[in-house]
Design a binder for this molecule. Structure first.
Ligand SMILES: Cc1ncc(COP(=O)(O)O)c(C=O)c1O
Length: 385
């Protein structure tokens, strides 16, 4: 049986025993070069000593201090405001879903409107649920989806609900890179209709660059949301943006018992400062480019129907076989084949590089991909049942 998600026999590890730098070890002690990186939070490398030290320091000093706040809170909100384009205020929470849901609540208060137009994965809460089960129809009808590559669908959504849309909330891109000027066009359409433009930078933030997709692509959101790479794997998220919008926090109550914990704030302060003050992001970009170039050459050599996509810090291999069943079989067989050779690559979620991945790790990962691609021939020869 092939595939990471199958029960019973699997060629993909399910449990880990330890992770350090770019590596992860399974229960049998087998080492893997990790390109999943926890779905993106690990940006400096697993268990980075600087981040761990900062966290331990807070834990030793007492971490559960609500309703009081630690100095780490204002240090971190100041730091976020200093690096996110156009940001004037920041508010700290725990998860990515917390942050996007807060952005929606604030947009609704600020505009006095209730509908949200969204794109991409934005979290699990009712307004963003990708699967309707358990979500009341009234909630579902307030969230509209649009097609990233067809802005006519965005204009249609506005036309169908004039004066009712609070915000357009979206990931800046999916597996592929964003077309030139695309986000600016979306921002302009949102503003034309009196809605806010909210960018969900959960994956792109503190990974594409210090100022995220906004800095790289030259677009400024009214509000943006961050988590994942901002704290190298520690649980914290942030809503960042215009002061007039974030001031709406005073007109609602968004709080949770553990929001005040200083330990993840210390993790974020250390991570962001390392990203700001060292060449970590440049090394990630170079490692990602080398991986993408090497993988593209392998795909050509093995004549596999696939293409390497994405920005270098978050690449992915899209299988392009016209038959969706074979396509799916190829991606699961490829991920399982790479795992057998000590390389962890998710079959259906974009991958990530960290500052801890050396050129030797990239070579090792490419060697694993080489063998996994070579082993795909029998999959290509099969026909769906
Ligand atoms: C783009 C994006 N937005 C929101 C979320 C939700 O974050 P969390 O899983 O921390 O709730 C994720 C998580 O994968 C994400 O990738």
């Amino acid at each position: 049986m092939v595939g990471p998600c199958t029960s019973g026999q699997t060629r993909y590890p399910r449990y880990f025993s330890r992770a350090a730098g770019p590596y992860l070890w399974d229960l049998e002690g087998k080492r893997y070069v990790d390109l999943n990186l926890g779905y993106g939070p690990v940006v400096l490398g697993h268990a980075d000593g600087r981040v761990t030290e900062a966290v331990l320091c807070e834990l030793r000093n007492g971490n559960c201090i609500a309703p009081l706040w630690s100095r780490r809170q204002s240090e971190l909100t100041d730091l976020l405001v200093s690096v996110v384009p156009g940001a004037e205020m920041a508010y700290l929470l725990k998860t990515g879903s917390d942050a996007t849901s807060t952005a929606v609540r604030l947009s609704r208060i600020f505009t006095g409107r209730s509908k949200v137009i969204r794109w991409g994965y934005n979290g699990w809460h009712d307004w963003a649920a990708g699967i309707p089960a358990g979500v009341p129809e009234a909630t579902r009808s307030d969230t509209l989806l649009f097609d990233y590559s067809d802005l006519g669908t965005l204009r249609d959504a506005f036309a169908r609900h004039p004066g009712q849309v609070a915000c357009v909330l979206m990931m800046p891109f999916g597996d592929e890179t964003a077309p030139e000027g695309h986000l600016q066009k979306i921002r302009d359409i949102a503003h034309e209709h009196g809605a806010l433009f909210v960018l969900d930078e959960m994956r792109s933030g503190f990974r594409l660059g210090l100022s995220g997709a906004q800095g790289l692509l030259g677009v400024q959101a009214d509000v943006s949301t961050f988590s994942k790479a901002m704290a190298n794997g520690h649980p914290i998220s942030a809503v960042v943006g215009r002061a007039d919008v974030l001031s709406a926090l005073a007109r609602t109550r968004i709080s949770s018992t553990f929001y005040a914990d200083p330990a993840p704030m210390a993790a974020a302060l250390t991570t962001i400062r390392v990203l700001r003050d060292t060449d970590a992001l440049e090394r990630i970009r170079k490692a990602g480019s080398a991986f993408q170039d090497g993988l593209s050459a392998l795909v050509d050599r093995h004549r596999v129907p696939a293409r390497v996509v994405g920005y270098p810090p978050m690449p992915f291999l899209q299988f392009t076989h016209p038959d969706p069943v074979i396509r799916e079989r190829m991606s699961t067989a490829f991920a399982a084949g790479a795992a057998q050779r000590g390389v962890l690559l998710h079959p259906s979620h974009q991958w990530f590089l960290s500052a801890a991945h050396t050129s030797e790790d990239v070579e090792f990962a490419l060697d694993g991909c080489d063998r996994a691609l070579a082993a795909l021939e029998p999959v290509l020869a099969t026909r769906p049942a």
